[in-house]
Design a protein around this ligand. Structure first.
Ligand code: GN1
Ligand code: MG
Length: 360
């Protein structure tokens, strides 16, 4: 038995492991599909990146609380096929915990939801369902009675992300700051800094709440069935208190971009208003019951904030010498930065249309 098999077999799984192969394209954790024999379910094995998620105990505590709460709601509402609508984590036989620590590495296993699909791009119809699903995710978690910790402290705090970029510039660890293109991007980012940091100011003024949000609502973090219905929201590592802007903005950052976040052809990047319109319609249907007027008025700001914040994060990583996001080539984070700034500028062109669609 090889090492990875030995890891999986310490979890209380059913069936015999036939094959373990890479799954998905997350930038942080390593993910595998575990194929089993007979009627047993297949499983998802993940190595949790504990350089980024430093408190794995807290992380799994959050995830267990969130999945238990969602499950109890599905049961209460008499929903069918519950095991395909919420993730199930498998305990380790020896400890009963939902994660395993071995040689300084952390692992967890969940049931692979059968007949489910992920997509890297979505059409307006799927975006509408996604909007409803993420609004519903927030609505369901609005009355969870467990306190969730911040698995990455200040994860979507724009003031912090700006500061981290300034620190990366000052340290210039990879000697990349003098490049004229880098200077031009820094100037563009700086021009929007005050405006983009306004959520934190509104929070300090007491006019903007934090709620339990998903905080990584990329298109590929949703499972669809074969008919395009949303089954389940996945990738729960970053579920924590945040502004609703996180979920609204991050979906559009990936869903409304005409190309992938790392497409090097910048002239192809554009913010799709058909996706915005469909997603917003779905989101408002399920989130209107709890959104305050300040939250609703600032949804167009959220659509700008997320490409901008992601550009700042990719850029800081580029200047730090690529220590956070997985890269496939040396300029990968620079390409991602250019792409996200182009998306930001494209979204900016549509601000008035966005306001009209939301009715503000
Ligand atoms: C990371 O893990 P993954 O690839 O779904 C990142 C997100 C970024 C995203 C950019 C914990 O998500 O915040 O938006 O990459 N997750 C973390 O693609 O930093
Ligand atoms: Mg993911």
């Amino acid at each position: 038995m090889n090492d990875i098999n030995k890891i999986v077999n310490q979890f209380d799984i059913k069936g015999e492991v036939l094959e373990i192969k890479p799954l998905g394209n997350g930038l942080i954790n390593d993910t595998y599909l575990v194929v089993t024999s007979g009627d047993a379910p297949d499983y998802v094995l993940q190595r949790i990146n504990n350089a980024i998620f430093r408190d794995v105990e807290l992380l799994q505590h959050n995830i267990e609380a969130v999945t238990a709460h969602i499950r109890s709601r599905l049961v209460r509402d008499g929903s069918a096929d519950i095991d395909r609508k919420v993730l199930t984590f498998i305990p380790v036989r020896a400890t009963g915990k939902t994660y395993l620590e071995q040689d300084g590495k952390y692992w967890r296993v969940s049931v692979f939801i059968r007949d489910s699909f992920t997509y890297e791009t979505v059409n307006p119809e799927y975006s509408y369902y996604a909007g409803r699903a993420f609004g519903n995710f927030e609505a369901v978690l609005s009355d969870i009675d467990v306190t969730l910790g911040e698995t990455i402290p200040d994860f979507h705090n724009m003031e912090l992300r700006s500061r981290q970029l300034r620190e990366a510039v000052a340290a210039d660890k990879a000697s990349r700051v003098q490049n004229p293109e880098v200077q031009a991007i820094l100037k563009d980012i700086a021009a929007w800094d005050t405006e983009m940091c306004k959520a934190e100011r509104m929070y300090r003024e007491g006019i903007l709440p934090k709620r339990i949000c998903h905080c990584d609502t990329k298109v590929n973090n949703m499972l669809f069935d074969k008919d395009g219905n949303i089954l389940c929201v996945i990738d729960l590592d970053t579920v924590m208190p945040s502004f609703v802007f996180s979920d609204f903005g991050d979906f559009l950052r990936t869903g409304a971009n005409t190309v992938a976040e790392d497409c090097p052809q910048i002239d192809k990047v554009a913010f799709r208003m058909d996706i915005f319109e469909a997603f917003t319609k779905g989101y408002l249907e399920s989130a209107s019951c709890f959104l305050t007027p300040v939250e609703k008025e600032n949804l167009p700001y959220a659509a700008l904030l997320f490409p901008y914040m992601q550009a700042v994060r990719f850029f800081a990583d580029y200047l730090n010498g690529d220590t956070y996001y997985k890269i496939k080539y040396p300029e990968h984070n620079l390409v991602r930065t250019r792409n996200q700034m182009a998306l930001f500028h494209s979204a900016l062109q549509h601000l008035d249309e966005m306001k009209k669609i939301i009715g503000i």
